[in-house]
Design a protein around this ligand. Structure first.
Ligand SMILES: C[S@@+](CC[C@H](N)C(=O)[O-])C[C@H]1O[C@@H](n2cnc3c(N)ncnc32)[C@H](O)[C@@H]1O
Length: 369
């Protein structure tokens, strides 16, 4: 295999030479014999920043591919011991080479199915970065942190999580998600967290989201896990449903499904999704201690602005078309008028504690002016 040398963060490492895998002038990282996607740098940058704040001694990088993630944890976040793993043998040879190249001192390397590895090893910080859905690995990941720890899950299966593939969502996440709601990005993150909370409760563990976000083609959630039946019970209290009226764009969430059937504004039948996580997505202390540069820095700053915002948002372009408004108001106008918040989930999204009728007034005034 011909290799190319790449630099990312403090790591210099080999990947299969992308030039050899261009087909008809096109390239997809999935065609490489060992996966490396430069577009996921932001995912790794933020994960490294979080690791710097939580200072784990042992990290399990359960889906290592080239090993870049685990190597960056060691070099940039001062993690003292990294457990690398990949089911693919080609990945293992590359990880060995890259570990040498970066002089990583304390490590283990496994060539196992991630579930088998996670059921047998313990780490304080566990990184789950598979292809597609992380769902098959949630339970073993929750086990792998022992009594307490932190897990980062990546999900690239946007379509079930956002409501475009309802059956797949039902299978993978045990949730009803039959239509893409206008705030589907946040629905996706919360369905993933809901599933994690349910699976953790089987192990009598509670979850506490530290940071949860959407970017480009993936969701990433970081959760703290703590052992205890009471903690599991309180976690489950955060599960509920969200509903959106397809006619007037009113939305509401609740732990009680009876509340959500009929729209309180226009009486239409609402589209209900869930179960999903209705609690906080962020741990403010950790988030405010995190810093980064470039794209990751920009994303972090946006997320920091919405730490105390309510769940879900009005996506102004979709909302305006539901209301048959002649134009889409500026996001800035609506944030100001509703004492609301911008959201990283959607550049035209506004979160607010104000009532629906007040938001409508703001929308209409903004267009008039
Ligand atoms: C998305 S890539 C990981 C990328 C890597 N974490 C990074 O940041 O560059 C997924 C990797 O998981 C490996 N993999 C797929 N299924 C697996 C399984 N069941 N157990 C362990 N590894 C698996 C694949 O071989 C692939 O290298």
């Amino acid at each position: 295999m011909k290799k190319a040398k790449v630099v990312e963060g403090k790591a210099t490492f080999y990947i299969p030479d992308p030039q050899d895998y261009i087909k008809d002038g096109k390239f997809d990282p999935a065609w490489l014999p060992v996966f490396y996607n430069p577009r996921m740098k932001i995912n790794r940058d933020i994960s490294v920043e979080l690791a710097k704040v939580i200072s784990p001694k042992i990290v399990i990088d359960a889906f290592s591919a080239s090993g870049v993630r685990g190597i960056r944890y060691a070099l940039e976040a001062g993690v003292s011991h990294v457990i690398f793993n990949d089911v693919d043998k080609n990945a293992i040879s590359l990880i060995e080479e890259n570990i040498k190249l970066n002089s990583i001192q304390s490590f283990e390397i496994y060539n196992m199915d991630a579930n088998a590895l996670l059921n047998s090893k313990r780490g304080f910080f566990v990184d789950i970065d598979p292809f597609g859905s992380p769902s098959p690995f949630i339970l073993s990941a929750v086990r792998s942190v022992g009594r307490r720890g932190v897990i980062g899950f990546t999900a690239t299966d946007l379509s079930p999580l956002e409501g475009s593939s309802p059956r797949s969502c039902r299978r993978k996440y045990g949730a009803i998600n039959n239509r893409k709601l206008s705030f589907s990005k946040e629905v996706g993150v919360r369905i993933l967290l809901g599933r994690i909370a349910s699976e953790a409760s089987v192990e009598e563990k509670g979850i506490f989201p530290i940071m949860s976000f959407y970017y480009g083609h993936f969701f990433r959630v970081f959760i703290r896990v703590e052992e205890g039946a009471t903690k599991a019970d309180s976690s489950l209290e955060n599960l509920g449903l969200v509903a959106e009226c397809p006619k007037c764009g009113f939305h509401k969430f609740s732990n009680d499904s009876c509340d959500l059937r009929k729209c309180e504004i226009c009486g239409s039948e609402m589209t209900v999704a869930g179960p999903l996580w209705l609690g906080s997505l962020y741990e403010s202390e950790v988030l405010t201690s995190m810093n980064s540069e470039g794209e990751a820095g920009k994303l972090l700053n946006k997320i920091k602005q919405e730490i105390s915002a309510p769940a879900f948002y009005y996506s102004l372009d979709k909302f305006s078309s539901m209301l048959n408004l002649p134009a889409v108001p500026s996001t800035k106008d609506i944030v100001e008028c509703t004492s609301g918040f911008y959201t990283h989930f959607d550049p035209k999204g506004v979160k607010t504690n104000m009532d629906y009728s007040e938001v409508i007034k703001c929308m209409k005034n903004s267009i008039k002016n």
